[in-house]
Design a protein around this ligand. Structure first.
Ligand SMILES: Cc1ncc(COP(=O)(O)O)c(C=O)c1O
Length: 260
């Protein structure tokens, strides 16, 4: 088959999703990322994302696929030796466990197989029966894309793990903008997502929302070797409506259009 001549197939996978022509058209623009034009673009994108994440906190765009945002979340908000509770109910939760182990976290996995999402009652009962007394971080996927399971009890669980003083970190790469999700009112400290799924924008950008002062305090106390994925740099540059490094400017134009 000559791919140059074949019509693009209709995309019916979780992502990349079908992109409206007006969003594709918006890709054809680039401005200097240290200029007032970019500052305006950055503000528009971040304001739109805050609305979608349902947060009055901060949102930072990252030029990387969803995995880059998950990595940013784990590197900056988890310390080596932290006890991290993770419900595992599909391959993206399994991947999250791998990210966490790489930074030296003591991961407590609660396994649900691939046919049911965690529930508040079950998770709590299993944690209590294991005699777990310390949870520094609760990390989870919201919609595990591989089995297609949504963790509906996340708001209840977030409230409960706060009684341990845990930070709540959520990978919502595949459902942001496509299902209910509320960073602030659900008590989520940090959440990540990306451009190519429910937002129906082109792949390559991801986003991290940071809603609490506890999260920023934790980030101050974590040492990690990454410059590209450093939340402190993202915050410093975000204050002047810029990114620390050259972002995919044209993709941000497309994301702005997708958020309209
Ligand atoms: C829940 C979830 N997390 C993380 C990822 C990784 O995202 P990406 O492929 O954009 O790096 C995906 C991708 O499908 C996903 O569905």
């Amino acid at each position: 088959m000559d791919l140059d001549l074949a019509p693009d197939p209709l995309l019916v996978v979780p992502g990349p999703s079908q992109i409206p022509p007006r969003v594709m058209k918006a890709l054809m623009r680039v401005v200097d990322h240290r200029s007032p034009h970019f500052h305006r673009l950055y503000r528009d994108v971040v304001d739109g994302l805050k609305y979608v994440f349902r947060t009055n906190g901060d949102v930072y765009p990252i030029t990387a696929s969803g995995t880059g945002a998950v990595e940013t979340m784990v590197l900056n908000f988890v310390k080596s030796g932290d006890t991290v509770l993770v419900p595992v109910f599909g391959s993206f939760s399994r991947r999250l466990v791998n990210h966490l182990r790489r930074v030296g976290a003591e991961v407590v996995e609660i396994d649900y197989g691939w046919d049911r999402a965690p529930t508040y009652e079950d998770l709590r009962a299993r944690v209590e029966s294991m005699g777990i007394k310390q949870i520094d971080v609760f990390a989870t996927v919201y919609n595990d894309t591989s089995p297609g399971l949504v963790f509906r009890d996340l708001p209840k669980v977030a409230k409960w793990v706060k009684s341990y003083g845990a930070l709540v970190l959520v990978d919502n790469v595949s459902a942001l903008g496509g299902d209910y999700f509320e960073v602030d009112s659900w008590g989520i400290d940090v959440a990540v997502s990306s451009s190519q799924k429910c937002l129906a924008a082109p792949p390559v950008m991801s986003f991290i929302a940071v809603s609490s002062s506890e999260a920023y305090r934790k980030a101050e106390s974590v040492n990690h070797p990454s410059i590209y994925f450093d939340i402190k740099l993202m915050r410093k540059f975000g204050e002047k409506f810029e990114t620390p490094f050259t972002p995919a400017v044209n993709y941000l134009f497309a994301i702005r259009e997708a958020l309209v």
